[in-house]
Design a protein around this ligand. Structure first.
Ligand SMILES: Cc1cc2nc3c(=O)[nH]c(=O)nc-3n(C[C@H](O)[C@H](O)[C@H](O)COP(=O)(O)OP(=O)(O)OC[C@H]3O[C@@H](n4cnc5c(N)ncnc54)[C@H](O)[C@@H]3O)c2cc1C
Ligand code: SF4
Length: 247
């Protein structure tokens, strides 16, 4: 593992400033995805900015009747929240379908939305992968691709986004807010947040592409009666084949 420096920040604007002024910096929340990728030297950030002290760990009602979910709310806390279980059963069930209890205790709302693909070739640094090394080729095309994309793929990449929660957030038409170094917020519809591979194989979400810390997710309760159905190859975490929602 490559060495890196580490700092703790105490406001979203300070985090965004540190992120935009320090080259090759990454925010770290639960660390359940970032640290795995760092150990494999797929992520090689020279500087980690710990966002756990930003106070973004609350779930609050909005004036419009929705919920504002802090970026640092743990997956376990979000799934168990009484209001989420009552009015957003889809979201609660989607979260509980993901990973394991231990992982959900650490994993955060923002980190879950921004986790990287679980394409096996992306994790295998001996194999070509356009997402890891642009231009090297895609080992999944013609390889073992049962859990990868059927729609929304390209000739450069057929990876899927692994978040069960993101599917529920999309069905709920959530809005993601980011905070920039100047403390100004920017709202991004979840439908625009994740990009399809296109011809570049990039999966970076808007929030990562622009310097800024992901702060808040606001979910509307319009889809509260929807259900998510997750089809898995086995009971083990991360073996999802597909998730669909139905009203
Ligand atoms: C064995 C295993 C099985 C899994 N199975 C599933 C599964 O079935 N379903 C599922 O949905 N997920 C699954 N996961 C993934 C897991 O849910 C994610 O690792 C977790 O949600 C990431 O959250 P985190 O807070 O730990 O993120 P981190 O690892 O801390 O960060 C992930 C990314 O988000 C960025 N980031 C974090 N917080 C912020 C912020 N506030 N602002 C801007 N950027 C930020 C980081 O810079 C990094 O790029 C699995 C993981 C493992 C290890
Ligand atoms: S599908 Fe995407 S992530 Fe997987 S090997 Fe191909 S380029 Fe890499």
């Amino acid at each position: 593992m490559k060495s890196f420096t580490y700092e703790k920040v105490n406001s979203p604007a300070a985090a965004a400033t540190a992120g935009s002024t320090t080259g090759s910096a990454k925010f770290i929340a639960g660390g359940t995805n970032l640290l795995d990728l760092t150990k494999l030297e797929i992520e090689t950030s020279a500087h980690l900015i710990d966002v756990n002290g930003l106070g973004l760990d609350k779930i609050e009602p909005t004036a419009e009747g929705g919920l504002r979910i802090g970026a640092l709310v743990r997956n376990t806390a979000l799934a168990a929240d009484e209001r989420v279980r009552r009015d957003y059963g889809l979201l609660s069930r989607a979260l509980l379908a993901g990973a394991s209890g231990q992982l959900r205790n650490k994993a955060t709302t923002a980190g879950n939305l921004l986790q990287r693909t679980r394409c096996p070739y992306f994790y295998d640094t001996n194999q070509p992968c356009n997402k890891r090394t642009p231009g090297s080729g895609c080992s999944a095309i013609g390889g073992v691709a049962r859990s990868l994309a059927v729609i929304g793929a390209s000739e450069a990449c057929i990876a899927t986004h692994p978040s069960d929660m993101a599917v529920a957030m999309r069905a709920l038409d959530a809005t993601v807010e980011t905070v920039g170094p100047d403390a100004r917020t920017r709202a991004i519809a979840i439908a625009d947040f994740h990009r399809l591979p296109g011809d570049t194989s990039m999966d970076l979400a808007q929030a990562q592409a622009a310097p800024g810390v992901l702060a808040i997710v606001t979910a509307d309760n319009a889809g509260k009666s929807a259900r998510a159905v997750t089809i898995r190859r086995s009971c083990s975490a991360g073996r999802r084949l597909s998730t669909i929602t139905r009203p």
